[in-house]
Each structure stands twice: as structure tokens, then as C-alpha cells.
Write a protein that binds this ligand. Structure first.
Ligand code: FAD
Length: 422
């Protein structure tokens, strides 16, 4: 079967790997000169299936209002005249109900746990270094934030997921670098089975493995449309001289991250994706003893600090309403403040390399996997703030659907159907 994957982010490259493993001919089309140069480039790198959580959660609307006017805010909202923004917000608010939160979290965990299994299986066959670390520690600055986390803890308990509630001293036992912190957490939560790693580095290595197996990558190539005839996808149109060209395929998988919605809309395939911007700072470690060992999350300011070998990365902020990839000073200062609060001597702030990415968010937090409603056209989109954690599982599931096999996990609530029913 001749297949085309649109997008060379972690989702597209994982899909290409598994399609090839199913025996397909695979071409990946990417407008940038390499893989993982968009949202998959500078993310926090956390793979925490136990803690993948929809942002639509009970108490979140109040928390957002509380933070809107604070200088160090993890949330930035810019109201616009874009109707898509208001539609997305209305849907998001509906998902903040406790029962919806539980359902959505369980759906996200289903694909994230499966994905971790796929990643471990893959890693045992293809061992390579991508700055991996083990364990994930959440830090709470206030009792209010501990209270907000209770519904998520209930889901962890119900799911039998291993976690430990930590006193401030126990947090220091896990991360000795916190001994030099300027803040004291009121408590912590430790997930020993969660992990982290550099998503971009992993994706580049995965690209090399794909190429060794015969996957073709066409870089610097922009997709302009889908070729659909008689209700069936026959290929894709790409930019080029004299109006571009059409590449034929038996199946096309859309994995264009935030740009997927615009490509699908002319076909009547509506995907409720909205870009939620986030920022990161990457800094070389200057003092090992005073730096983090693995991944942490400042739960109150929703900012992660992750160790990747000789570097550390601070990532966070949710900015809704700005589609441009411009850096925002206020967000960058929040990242540096979080680092200075917890690990003030780990790195030099003036060595920070800043980055901005756009999370492809659905209102309920779960991705859209599988059939699009157009024959031969498949979706692997909407992974929001946890695309790296869901990448290998999503790639495998979608590749199996493309070749007509039944995936190992139930896809209830993980397809575009859930938005068609409403
Ligand atoms: C600050 C921040 C922190 C994050 N932290 C984490 C984390 O800790 N753990 C986690 O699991 N996830 C995290 N994420 C989310 C994760 O980064 C995303 O979910 C994931 O990268 C999405 O991957 P993707 O392949 O769908 O999108 P992308 O990586 O954006 O890939 C889409 C690709 O399509 C290409 N493209 C777009 N349009 C076209 C076109 N017309 N023609 C050709 N090519 C095109 C783009 O160039 C891009 O390479 C974070 C995100 C941010 C912003």
C-alpha cells in the first residue's frame, strides 16, 4: 500500500515508522528542512501517562480568572474576534465538569499508557540516547493547588497507578538540588514510573531508523491541499513551480499539528483544534549538585523543569488567542522565575535559549485518531500538551487502522466521532 504522512513532527514520524512496519510504502511530507522543528522541538519532554490531564478540569475557569491579572502567570488569554476561538472556549468550558473530566482523563490515559508500552518495546529493539530520565515530581506551592489536584488523584487511585504523596523533606530526598530552593513546597506528588526525554532528539533518531527501513522524507515541501475524488482520498497537492504537483497515494495520514484543521476544512472535515502557545527555555547546567536529576512540575505555575543530560529545560505557559509564533517577554520571565525559585544555582539565566511552540489542543484534551469520514484519509492530530507522551501509541494505532487491522486498545472517545455526535 502506498501511503503519505503529512507532517514530520513526533506524531508524523512515529506514524511513518509503524506504517513501514506494517509493510507499507511511506513518504513523509514536511515543509521544514528537518523533522521536529515545530511543536515537537522544544517541549518539556515529560512522558507521564499517570498524569496526562485535560486542561478542562473542575476549578480551572476560576483559576484562570485568578491568574489573568498576576504578573507571573502560567495563563495568558487574548480575546480575539475569531469565532473559532469562542467556539473552542465554549466547548472547553463544558468539559470542565467533574464527570466529563474523569471520562476525558481516562481516555487520555488509555492512549498514553499504551504509548509508553510501545515506546519501551521500541526502545528495547532500537536503544539510543535521547536524554532520558526516570520519575516525575510535582510540587505544590499552596493548599489551594493541592485541593485542585484532588480529582486527578482520585483517577490515579481508581486506576491503581503508583504514586506517593510527599512532604517537603521527601521532595528534597527525590531531588536533592531542591536543598538550595528559595521556595518550600507545601507538598509534592511523586510518580516513579513516569519518565522524560528529549522529544526532538528522539524524533531525529527515529527519522534515521525510518530512512534505514526505506521511508522517504520530502523536506522543504509544503502541502497545499488534498486530492479527493468521488469521496475517496487519492493523494495530496504540494507546492511547486507551475501551480505545484499532485502525489498519488492509497492512504493519506494527516499529522500536521495545529495546521491540520485548515487543510481539512475545505473537505468538510471539522476538527476542533485550537493553537495554545507555550514557551520553553533551555540552559546548560553549571552545577550538577544544585540542578534537577529528572523531571519536575511546578503544579501551581504549571511549569515543568526537565533534565536532558547536560542541559535543563523549563517549559510552560498557556496562551490562548495569539496564533503568531512570537516570543512574549512576560512568559519568558515566568519560566526564569520558576527556575530561580526551585534551582537558583543550576544554570545562568542569561544563557537561556528561548523557544515558542503551539500545542494542537482539542477542548476535551484527547487526540483525534483514525478515520476522518473521507475514505483513505486518516487523522493523527490534536495531542495538545501531551503529544510526545502519546506519540508511539498513536502512530501504531493509526497505522493499524490504515492497513485494516484492529488496534490493541479500544478507541472509544479517541476519534473525531465524539464531536460529530454533539
Ligand atoms: C511549551 C510546551 C511544552 C510541552 N511539553 C510536553 C511534554 O512535556 N510532554 C508531552 O507529551 N508533550 C508536550 N508538549 C506537547 C507536544 O510538544 C505536542 O503535542 C507534539 O509536539 C505535537 O506533535 P505533532 O507532530 O502533532 O505537531 P508538530 O510537531 O507541530 O508537527 C507538525 C509538522 O507539520 C508540519 N507542517 C505544518 N503544515 C504543513 C504543510 N502545509 N505542509 C507540510 N508540512 C507542514 C510542521 O512543520 C511540523 O513539523 C508541549 C508543548 C509545548 C508547546
Amino acid at each position: 500500500m502506498n501511503t503519505i504522512v503529512l507532517g514530520g513532527g513526533v506524531i508524523g514520524v512515529a506514524t511513518a515508522f509503524y506504517l513501514r512496519a506494517q509493510g507499507c510504502e511511506v513518504t513523509v511530507i514536511e515543509c521544514e528542512p528537518d523533522v521536529a522543528l515545530a511543536t515537537s522541538f522544544g517541549n518539556a519532554g515529560v512522558i507521564a501517562p499517570g498524569y496526562v490531564t485535560p486542561w478542562a478540569a473542575p476549578g480551572m475557569p476560576t483559576k484562570i480568572l485568578k491568574y489573568l491579572f498576576k504578573p507571573a502567570s502560567p495563563l495568558i488569554f487574548r480575546p480575539t474576534f475569531d469565532p473559532a476561538q469562542w467556539r473552542w472556549i465554549a466547548r472547553w468550558l463544558r468539559e470542565c465538569d467533574l464527570e466529563r473530566f474523569r471520562v476525558n482523563k481516562q481516555r487520555m490515559q488509555r492512549i498514553a499508557y499504551y504509548s509508553r508500552t510501545c515506546l519501551h518495546e521500541f526502545r528495547s529493539r532500537y536503544p539510543f540516547d535521547y536524554g532520558r530520565s526516570q520519575g516525575y515530581l510535582q510540587l505544590f506551592r499552596s493548599e489551594y493547588d493541592v485541593e485542585l489536584a484532588q480529582p486527578a488523584l482520585a483517577v490515579l487511585r481508581d486506576g491503581g497507578i503508583v504514586f506517593q504523596e510527599m512532604s517537603p523533606a521527601q521532595c528534597v530526598d527525590i531531588e536533592p538540588g531542591l536543598r538550595w530552593a528559595r521556595e518550600t513546597p507545601v507538598s509534592g506528588l511523586y510518580l516513579p514510573d513516569d519518565e522524560a526525554g528529549d522529544c526532538a532528539r528522539f524524533t531525529r533518531e527515529l527519522r534515521a531508523i525510518c530512512e534505514n527501513h526505506g521511508v522517504l522524507f520530502r523536506f522543504d515541501t509544503r502541502v497545499t491541499g488534498l486530492d479527493v475524488q468521488g469521496g475517496t482520498a487519492r493523494g495530496v497537492r504540494i507546492e511547486g513551480e507551475r501551480g505545484g504537483e499532485t502525489l498519488a497515494a492509497d492512504a493519506v495520514v494527516v499529522a500536521l499539528g495545529v495546521d491540520s484543521a485548515a487543510l481539512l476544512a475545505p473537505l468538510g472535515v471539522k476538527v476542533p483544534l485550537y493553537p495554545v502557545k507555550g514557551y520553553s527555555a533551555t540552559l546548560p547546567v553549571i552545577d550538577d549538585e544544585k540542578a534537577p536529576r529528572a523531571a519536575l512540575m511546578d503544579e501551581s505555575l504549571k511549569t515543568a523543569i526537565t533534565r536532558f543530560g547536560r542541559n535543563l529545560r523549563v517549559a510552560g505557559t498557556a496562551e490562548l488567542g495569539n496564533r503568531q509564533s512570537t516570543l512574549r517577554e512576560q512568559a519568558l520571565q515566568t519560566l526564569l522565575k520558576v527556575l530561580d525559585d526551585w534551582f537558583p544555582h543550576a544554570a545562568k539565566p542569561n544563557s537561556a535559549h528561548f523557544w515558542v511552540g503551539r500545542r494542537p489542543m482539542t477542548p476535551d484534551g484527547a487526540p483525534l485518531l483514525g478515520a476522518s469520514g473521507v475514505e483513505g484519509l486518516w487523522l493523527n492530530v490534536g495531542h495538545g500538551s501531551t503529544g510526545w507522551a502519546m506519540s508511539m501509541g498513536s502512530g501504531r494505532v493509526v497505522s493499524e487502522l490504515v492497513v485494516g487491522r484492529t488496534p490493541e486498545i479500544d478507541l472509544e472517545g479517541l476519534t473525531v466521532e465524539r464531536y460529530r455526535r454533539r
